[in-house]
Design a protein around this ligand. Structure first.
Ligand code: 5AD
Ligand code: SF4
Length: 484
């Protein structure tokens, strides 16, 4: 139930299915999404484009005329799972010869025509910057032509497309504010599959957020691969502020000022954002967060490793000390802010000492939550070209287990520190384990479970923490009142 970060493992393999909307008259399209929240958000853009062209989405695979799988390439496992799914769809096609199967997202971009030409697994291949072409490509496929479009763009942000909000809970909505990534971390395939970093026009972001608030949404999650380097100066690929012309500088909007504007839409609407890069986490952003109680006290700050030499090999652009300095800054501005991270175990050349530094950094920071992965070599990344993937599989596994065991302990301790305190919780839904209980999250992104009473999803409620595991806090309602 924890909010997922970019590329949360728990979300991979769990397709979000867009329910039928009853709109449109044409084809019935079934969409499955894997990987990061950006992909889930993109599927909503895809659904919108299709609806505007007379298609309808369906949650029923059996009645679908078209199946789209929005894919993730970040680790090999994610790709293997999707590949398996395509073989299942291929056998479905035997009974339904007119069924069209398409691959969208990062695997489409990475593998280009491989699935189409060599393996004949799919009929359509569409990369993340080409979704506007989907209706035309669908028609070409129907005419017996090839459907492939994988050009990456320097400008596309889908700014004018109003996503169809079908996959969520009606309480939280995603808004993508940047696309692509220019950081070139050596392990990461994202710069190759999602292209150059570009920021979206802030006016369209504010408009979308206002619209969501009017529709009754209570929480907005701003999304970007490298969100705090957001910089609008009129469009096009990312530039540093210092490289802008005087005119561009005057009209520029950075992440801190965008965040400020979104937070001012209503104090009733919570704002979250992900993912932040440590070197771009400025004091200005922290100051804006601290000044708006409705910007959640939660920061996802991927560290990847606690050792400066490993960080250098990863091309992360910061040292262990610089990372710890950002943690100290967060605590200075917001002592109650929860911090989560991403960690990779067994990166190329990682020694026992270097691994021990990751363990010691985890202890030093005391992360509230972490997403932890074994290093998975990705084709054509800098790491694959420059370094040997030389940490043995069982060593990677042992180190990862150590990291997971420590994080479980840290998460439990973090939750235990909250026992006896009272938090404002946004109700999200009925608990899966007990229908008389609800669940929701506090500003720190911690999941609470508490008695239902007469509350409904979307309500704010004050909950006193009574008991916990490393994943959930059990509580009692102390006072139901309006969010202030
Ligand atoms: N192997 C393992 N983990 C990776 N990540 C990105 N690329 C790889 C890879 N090749 C992890 C990083 C990143 C998160 C989204 O996924 O921790 O922050
Ligand atoms: Fe990949 Fe690094 Fe960009 Fe994150 S910041 S998407 S890890 S290149």
């Amino acid at each position: 139930m924890h909010t997922v970060s970019q590329h949360d493992e728990s979300i991979q393999g769990k397709p979000t299915v867009l329910p039928s909307t009853g709109m449109g008259i044409g084809k019935k399209v079934y969409i499955e999404s894997y990987g990061c929240q950006m992909n889930f958000s993109d599927s909503e853009i895809v659904a919108s484009i299709l609806h505007n062209n007379g298609c309808q989405t369906t949650a029923d695979l059996q009645e679908a005329d078209v199946i789209f799988v929005n894919t993730c390439s970040v680790r090999e496992n994610a790709e293997l799972r999707v590949r398996q799914r395509f073989t299942e769809f291929k056998s479905l096609k035997k009974h339904k010869p007119h069924l069209i199967v398409g691959v969208l997202g990062c695997m489409a971009e990475r593998l280009k025509d491989k699935f189409l030409e060599e393996e004949k697994l799919v009929d359509l291949v569409v990369g993340p910057d080409s979704y506007r072409k989907l209706p035309d490509l669908l028609m070409s496929v129907e005419d017996g032509k090839k459907g492939i479009e994988v050009l990456l763009s320097l400008e596309e942000t889908y700014a004018d497309i109003s996503p169809v909000r079908l996959s969520g809970n009606g309480i939280t909505a995603f808004i993508s504010i940047t696309r692509g990534c220019d950081n070139m971390c050596t392990f990461c395939v994202v710069p190759f599959t999602r292209g150059r970093e570009r920021s979206r026009n802030p006016e369209t972001i504010i408009e979308e957020a206002k619209d969501l608030y009017q529709q009754g949404y209570k929480e907005i999650m701003l999304l970007g691969q490298n969100i705090n380097s957001y910089l609008w100066y009129g469009g096009g690929p990312k530039k540093e502020f210092k490289h802008l012309s005087e005119e561009e500088k005057t009209q520029s909007v950075n992440f801190a000022s965008l965040l400020n504007r979104v937070a001012m839409i209503s104090p009733q609407m919570r704002i979250r954002y992900t993912t932040s890069n440590p070197q771009d986490m400025t004091d200005e952003v922290l100051e804006i967060m601290a000044s708006h109680p409705n910007i959640c006290r939660y920061i996802h700050l991927p560290v990847q490793s606690g050792n400066t030499n490993v960080l250098q090999r990863m091309n992360r652009g910061y040292s262990r000390e610089a990372y710890l300095n950002r943690i100290a800054a967060i605590r200075r501005y917001m002592p109650d802010c929860a911090i989560s991270t991403d960690i990779i175990s067994g990166f190329c050349g990682e020694t026992e000492e270097e691994h021990a530094d990751t363990i010691s950094l985890m202890r030093q920071v005391g992360f509230d939550y972490a997403y932890m992965f074994k290093y998975s070599e990705r084709p054509n990344t800098m790491a694959q070209r420059k370094f040997a993937d030389d940490v043995l599989e069982d060593v990677k596994g042992r180190r990862l287990q150590q990291i997971i065991d420590l994080q479980n302990k840290l998460s439990l301790e973090s939750n235990q520190r909250d026992i006896g305190k009272t938090f404002e919780v946004l109700v999200e839904g009925v608990s899966k384990k007990d229908e008389n209980e609800l669940y929701g999250r506090n500003s720190q992104n911690k999941v609470f479970v508490f008695p239902k009473q007469n509350l409904i999803p979307g309500d704010y409620v004050w909950v006193k923490a009574l008991d916990c595991t490393s994943a959930t806090i059990k509580g009692e309602i102390v006072n139901v009142e309006a969010h202030v």
